[in-house]
Ligand binder design. Structure first.
Ligand SMILES: N[C@@H](CCC(=O)N[C@@H](CS)C(=O)NCC(=O)O)C(=O)O
Length: 123
C-alpha cells in the first residue's frame, strides 16, 4: 500500500513537471542593463524547494515568467539544505524563499506569499 502511494505520488509529480514544461509561460523581457540589475538584486535570494512538489512548480513558473534566475536548493531527503531549512527556517516545508536583508535573513514560506513578494519587487 505504501509502495502504491509512493508510485502514485511520484507519477503525479512527473505529470506536473511534464505539464509545466509543455505550458511554460513567456519570460519577461527587460533591457539588458535592467536585467543585469535584477540579477544583481536576486543574489540575496534562494528558493528551498522540491523538484516535483506542485507548490514549488507554481513558484518556479512565476520565477520563469518574471525572468528571475534565483538559485534553487533541493530539500529532498539527504540534502544538506533540508536540515538547514529545518533549523534556520523553522519547518521542513517547501517552497521557502530565503531572503538576505542586510545582515538579517528572512525565511518566507507559502508559495502564494513568495509569488506576491517577487511580483511586488520585480514585476
Ligand atoms: N500551502 C503551502 C503548501 C506547501 C506544501 O504542502 N509543501 C509540501 C510539499 S508539496 C511539503 O513541503 N511537505 C513537507 C515535506 O515534504 O516534508 C504552499 O502553498 O507553499
Amino acid at each position: 500500500m505504501k509502495l502504491l502511494l509512493t508510485l502514485v505520488r511520484e507519477g503525479l509529480g512527473r505529470l506536473i513537471i511534464l505539464l509545466d514544461w509543455i505550458s511554460r509561460p513567456r519570460k519577461a523581457q527587460r533591457p539588458a542593463d535592467t536585467q543585469a540589475q535584477v540579477e544583481q538584486d536576486i543574489q540575496g535570494l534562494s528558493l528551498y524547494q522540491l523538484y516535483a512538489c506542485p507548490f514549488c512548480v507554481k513558484t518556479r513558473r512565476a520565477m520563469h515568467r518574471l525572468n528571475l534566475p534565483i538559485e534553487t536548493r533541493s530539500v529532498a531527503q539527504n540534502s544538506p539544505y533540508r536540515q538547514e531549512l529545518a533549523t534556520q527556517g523553522g519547518a521542513i516545508k517547501a517552497p521557502c524563499l530565503r531572503i538576505e536583508e542586510g545582515n538579517k535573513v528572512r525565511w518566507m514560506y507559502e508559495s502564494g506569499d513568495i509569488i506576491s513578494y517577487l511580483e511586488q519587487r520585480f514585476a
